[in-house]
Design a protein around this ligand. Structure first.
Ligand code: NAD
Ligand code: MG
Length: 401
């Protein structure tokens, strides 16, 4: 078995840490080539000392200098690279085979795309990259012979439930629809009247998964599921009408594929991201992930129910953006990132998140978005519009008070 050389973009995050956990169980299969983070220098330093990667890459020069100094003191030979292009450089490096794309948000797009353009095996957790630039990303994968393996648990489940030749077209392999499961997050049953005052910590307290704060808020608004509908559209070349969302509070059935003959194939497991991560790292082999066996008798009930779009308008907004096409999903994503950030920083209330996104989506000019610079331009216009909208909300608030 040859050693596979792995780069982790966003190694200090929830997905990054879980990836290193799986890797540490298989020293005979993987070596860490490069790690990257944004600001958590001490965590990154400890990872470098443990895994001894050739490179550590950070976007900011100041943080990179601090890491370099810290590693020199520890006698760690990892080379520290800095700047916006450093992450793309390690992702496309000739000596890396596998790239775990696990930076959160639009910030992950350039490096995830660089890995695809360099023909790597890309383990994609960074769903925002596909939402923003789905066509460009998928073309980069196909044109450069990259292997794209979805890490998002739902898409990983769908990938596992589809035949290998699904790229020929879903109808050609007998698929009727893709069914994404959604836990419904922490506010699935809370009266809507109580949602106005919820705090960031309440929104981040997911009942089943431990995740970064941005995706945790996305799960509470269910924009996460909206982004996943768009992600599924690109990954599986599935039209919107073939993608359905069903609530499943236990998060044990990670998603399903329904076939023409009435068969429904699902992937089940404990809600632990090390399962899809190990699937991606080992593919096509199955490898130990450190995840306990699923005890169905203990789980007892598996419930399914339809989704209330009145409670969760973000899912409808994502379907709208998908129907609009072009730069609309990038606009949706950018407005969401700004609104979630404002909520996490206490300047926007939870219920105003979808209002900001809807306002930006309805009032921004959508273009075909054929090039990366079109997408990035749409992203920055939408961010500015969202910030304006949030300021207006804040003003209204002070006038009312
Ligand atoms: P996280 O917040 O825990 O970690 C994010 C990582 O990205 C950190 O290493 C951080 O240093 C890095 N980062 C943040 N901003 C950056 C920037 N501007 N430049 C470079 N690096 C930057 O997030 P997470 O929960 O691990 O999620 C990562 C991605 O995986 C997201 O796209 C999320 O939607 C997706 N995902 C996560 C889970 C999960 O269980 N956590 C499940 C499915 C999909
Ligand atoms: Mg998911």
């Amino acid at each position: 078995m040859s050693l596979r050389s792995v780069t982790i973009l966003g190694s200090t995050g929830s997905i990054g840490v879980n990836t290193l956990d799986v890797i540490s169980r298989h020293p005979d299969r993987f070596r860490v080539f490069a790690l990257s983070a944004c600001s958590r220098i001490e965590e990154l330093a400890l990872q470098c000392e443990k895994f001894r990667p050739r490179f550590a890459a950070l976007p900011g020069v100041v943080h990179a200098d601090a890491l370099r100094e810290r590693l020199e003191k520890a006698g760690c030979k990892t080379q520290v690279l800095a700047g916006d292009t450093a992450l793309s450089e390690v992702a496309a490096h000739v000596d890396t085979d596998v790239v775990m794309a696990s930076i959160v948000g639009a910030a992950g797009l350039p490096s995830s795309l660089a890995a695809a353009r360099a023909g790597k095996t890309v383990l994609l957790a960074n769903k925002e990259a596909l939402v923003m630039a789905g066509r460009i990303f998928m073309n980069a994968v196909h044109d450069n012979g990259a292997t794209l393996l979805p890490i998002d648990s739902e898409h990983n489940a769908i990938f596992q439930s589809l035949p290998r030749q699904f790229g020929d077209g879903l109808s050609n392999v007998g698929v009727r629809k893709i069914i994404l499961t959604a836990s419904g997050g922490p506010f699935r049953t809370r009266p809507i009247s109580e949602l106005h005052g919820v705090t960031p910590d309440q929104a981040c307290a997911h009942p089943n998964w431990v995740m970064g704060r941005k995706i945790s808020v996305d799960s509470a608004t269910m924009m996460n599921k909206g982004l996943e509908v768009i992600e599924a559209h690109w990954l599986f070349n599935a039209p919107a009408e073939m993608i359905e969302v069903v609530l499943h509070p236990q998060s044990i059935v990670h998603s399903m594929v329904e076939y023409l003959d009435g068969s429904v194939i699902a992937q089940l497991g404990n809600p632990d991201m090390r399962t899809p991560i190990a699937y991606g790292l080992g593919f096509p082999d199955r490898i130990e992930a450190g995840v306990g066996a699923l005890d169905l008798a203990k789980a007892g009930k598996l419930e399914f129910m339809s989704m209330d779009t009145g409670r969760f308008p973000c899912v409808r907004l994502a379907y709208d953006a998908l129907a609009l096409g072009g730069t609309a999903p990038a606009v949706l994503n950018a407005a969401n990132e700004v609104a979630v950030d404002a909520f996490l920083n206490g300047v926007l209330s939870f219920m105003e998140i979808p209002r900001v996104i809807e306002d930006v989506l309805r009032n921004t000019t959508i273009s075909p978005g054929e090039t990366l610079s079109d997408i990035l331009a749409a992203d920055s216009i939408a961010r500015a519009a969202a910030r304006e909208r949030i300021k207006r909300f804040a003003l209204q608030q002070t006038t009312v008070n």
